[in-house]
Design a protein around this ligand. Structure first.
Ligand code: HPA
Ligand code: ZN
Length: 326
């Protein structure tokens, strides 16, 4: 269709992507087999049938289970390379990728195993596909701040490979304030800061992410429209929101796509951007997120371009690098 061609033609930046959430069932079975790890599902079909979620936690339970078959550096490499070749075909030219070290180190996998596999694939994509990248280590918020401090410590030998830290996993009951000290310590190490906030959690979590964690962008942030003073702050300080429309529908953050707040956010002058979160689980990568949102909200080409430009603005590329894309 015309709309699909327009979206394909726009060079895009992916800023909200959990690499463990790009794990397709086919590759999961392949890696499980070669590592001799039994999966709880007897076929790719039955695994896919389990991808029906009523909330964030139901998704996270399956997402963490799937990640357990990742053992060797080659597994993390294959996972990341599969993602990068996929989005190369979608005209994604820059990625800022999250990984969850604790999901792996808590199973006895070395931090080095995880990051070396991911990094090797990112470097290959840069050299061979021309995709630029940043890497973001996310702390799991359902675990303690002490555990996040241990992860920060474990990351230090690889500091030169990591651009920032994030905060993900079960939001409600795990407010940003729980991680204020470790975010401060992370900033002291030179890491940039982001956090998931206002996906399922209340608008107060977005305030906390800004005021207590000092993040430079908010992941999701859907709930900001509940608070006009917050909207004004986001606009005045140009704090980007990395929205994930297909994720929001899949996790029932919204009932249906026509209710997605991104068009209202653009109208209000918020630096809103669209991303894919966990594409293997939520039914689409960047182009599908753009397409489904554009169709449901009747976005025009100017709005689509604005979303794409916002993502480069919100990225951690240098001003010179941004200039090549905007
Ligand atoms: N929210 C919180 N944690 C996550 C998500 C999400 O959408 N995806 C992967 N970890
Ligand atoms: Zn996310």
């Amino acid at each position: 269709s015309e709309l699909k061609k327009i979206i394909q033609g726009i060079p895009k930046a992916e800023l909200h992507l959990h690499i463990e959430g790009s794990f397709k069932p086919e590759l999961m079975f392949e890696i499980a087999n070669r590592n001799n790890i039994p999966l709880a599902y007897d076929s790719i079909e039955s695994l896919k049938n389990a991808y029906q979620f009523n909330n964030l936690q139901e998704f996270l339970d399956i997402y963490y289970t799937g990640a357990q078959v990742l053992i060797k550096e080659q597994d993390f490499y294959d996972l990341t390379w599969a993602y990068l070749t996929k989005v190369y075909g979608q005209n994604v030219v820059h990625v800022e990728v999250f990984f969850d070290p604790q999901t792996h180190t808590d199973r006895g996998i070395g931090f080095n195993v995880v990051i070396n596999g991911i990094h090797r694939a990112l470097e290959k994509a840069k050299a061979e596909l021309g995709i630029s990248y940043k890497l973001i280590m996310s702390y799991l918020r359902h675990l303690s701040e002490e555990a996040a401090f241990q992860t920060l410590e474990a990351s230090l030998p690889f500091k030169h490979l990591i651009d920032g830290v994030g905060l993900d996993s079960s939001e409600v009951g795990n407010p940003p304030s729980k991680f204020a000290k470790v975010f401060k310590a992370s900033a002291d190490q030179g890491y940039k800061l982001v956090a998931h906030a206002g996906e399922e959690g209340p608008v107060s979590y977005i305030w906390e992410a800004l005021d207590l964690l000092n993040v430079v962008r908010i992941d999701h942030g859907n709930r900001c429209l509940d608070d006009e003073a917050l909207v004004q702050r986001l606009v005045a300080q140009k704090i980007p929101l990395t929205l994930c429309p297909l994720s929001n529908v899949a996790l029932k953050v919204i009932d249906k796509m026509v209710e997605h707040p991104v068009a209202v956010m653009l109208d209000k002058g918020i630096v809103a951007t669209i991303h894919s979160d966990d594409p293997a689980y939520f039914g689409g990568y960047m182009n599908e997120n753009y397409y489904e949102t554009a169709r449901a909200l009747d976005l025009n080409e100017v709005q689509l371009m604005q979303l794409a430009i916002n993502a480069f603005e919100a990225s951690w590329l240098s001003p010179e690098e941004k200039g090549k894309h905007i």
